[in-house]
Design a protein around this ligand. Sequence first.
Ligand code: ATP
Length: 634
Amino acid sequence: MSRRPTANLTESDPPATAELDTIKSLLPYLWPKGQFEMRARVVVALACLVMAKAASVYVPVLYKEAVDLISGDKFDFTVLLWIVVAYGMTRLGQQAFAQLREFFFARVAQRAIRAVAIKTFRHLHRLSLRFHLDRQTGGLTRVIERGTKAIEFLLNFMLFNILPTLFEIFLVCGVLWWMFDFRYAIATFGTIFSYIAFTMLVTEWRLKIRRRMNTMDNRANTRAVDSLLNYETVKYFGNEMHEEERYDRSMRSYEDAAVKSRTSLSLVNVGQGGIIAAGLMVVMALAGGDIASGKATVGDFVMVNTYLIQLYMPLNFLGFVYREIKQSLTDMQQMFLLLDEEQEIEDAVDAKDLVVEKGAVRFENVKFGYSAERGILKGISFDVPAGKTVALVGPSGAGKSTISRLLFRFYDIDDGAILIDGQDIRSVTQASLRRAIGIVPQDTVLFNDTIYYNIAYGRPGASTAEIEEAARLARIHDFIISLPDGYESTVGERGLKLSGGEKQRVAIARTLLKQPKIFLFDEATSALDSQTEKAIQTSLSEVSQDYTTLVIAHRLSTVVDAHEIIVLREGEIAERGNHDALLSQDGIYAAMWRQQMREQERQRTRKRTRKRKWRRTRARTRARTRARTRKRKR
Ligand code: ATP
């Protein structure tokens, strides 16, 4: 039996190589195969990005022209006006191209998010029951939710903030080199590069402080809550001071971490400011020197200054963006890890659809355990002949429901074989296998939707008349139409607005609507009162007549007519035969039967006594009322 490792969903930082891999895994979604429109959008968005940045680099050049014109001796107002108009238009163009880029790219980004989310969702449905039982559903949905948000954040900031800024840095350096000389380019590049490196390094260090701060905050909170929940215990032992000290210890650590976090932020700001100031001084000194030697103009002096300021402005939030990008990469990696999770039960390469003619089921020496250490079924063999009913009974934990899960192939068996009409269920497709079997499970869970939806789930596309007929057979139709909203009544989360018996009847209707070839009733009527149970039993036997049926039952009275009754105990068949044969064996079954009969008799007696008491009380009350009325009349 394969026991595969599962995705680790902890919140630690992924290694740098994993971060790159995560970004790489996203790329195919941004350049989707066969989707011409999406690819065209990416190309246009990139073109807009280049145009926006080109405009943004051209703005200071126009600014320089205007300054040179004003400070020079050939001042011409008309020319200045043209420069000013061009300056305004270029600025507008920069904005317009940036918006156009978002306009074209928004659909690509959202399509990528949708594609990843759907792929993960589909994959989760393919993963085994074992995987789902090991995980909390809330945790899984949170992974998808965080993962999709992370993609959105990454695309927004990486594509529209970080990458364009890097592009602009190179563009500006190129322009400076071309207009002046390499010194300007190196000074600008050096300044911005130092700014980025410094911010990233300090942010890494600050991340540790912030994590400590969060841990301390959580600890202080937990201590406070725990102490207040244990209010009585604290008082019994007179330990108020002890509690206060414990709380204060956590608060003190939090205080230290918070102060460190705040002061480290100041350090970041001072450091960043220092780097930019140094950069500005260098380029301005260079420009000043060139003005002195007549190689540069006043406009050039203003321009180099503007370039540097313009470049570092978008990097103002680099610390925050860097932190968020790191978190987003972790979230995204968690989601992609889910996608890497291997399917435990897979269709064989040459799997064919199950062909059910008669629907005979055979378990051949089946051995199975949920874990390698503990065997649950220890070599079970039985037949459910086509069109017959076989019942599985036995004490709780004997492995009855396990047999139904194995028939559905939620798990693969360790040894032996399960055959339907002679075909090993491992050699057929899971979809065709599950189509052929209809189950009413022990614990019915319904979708948080209408009753109509929940019954129709058995066979999407069934007509209203068919749905109502199924509900009638499951003895739930009258109840449904007595509700104010009838079939449109919602059942609440997991069907909690319905009683256990009502839920079970909806589940029965749903399975009847499916019209499977093989029925599996796992204590399908256990939540019903005996009268409704009898009525439903009649409909179930009517509907499943001539169909192969496997019934798992606790109440033996529901299986007396079964073709064969198999008594399971600790994963082995302890007894088998029909009801009469098992009674005459006088073994486990006979003992269970006698006990249930006694229990039934006791319940009946209790009911009768209650009825008698109620009648007596009613008679007494009536007599008293009559006496009072007579008295008043007198
Ligand atoms: P009941 O009548 O109470 O429903 P059952 O005969 O149907 O009992 P099963 O549900 O088949 O019993 O369980 C058989 C044994 O397998 C039990 O001991 C149970 O604890 C164990 N078991 C069931 N499901 C799992 C699981 N997913 N992982 C590990 N052990 C499990």
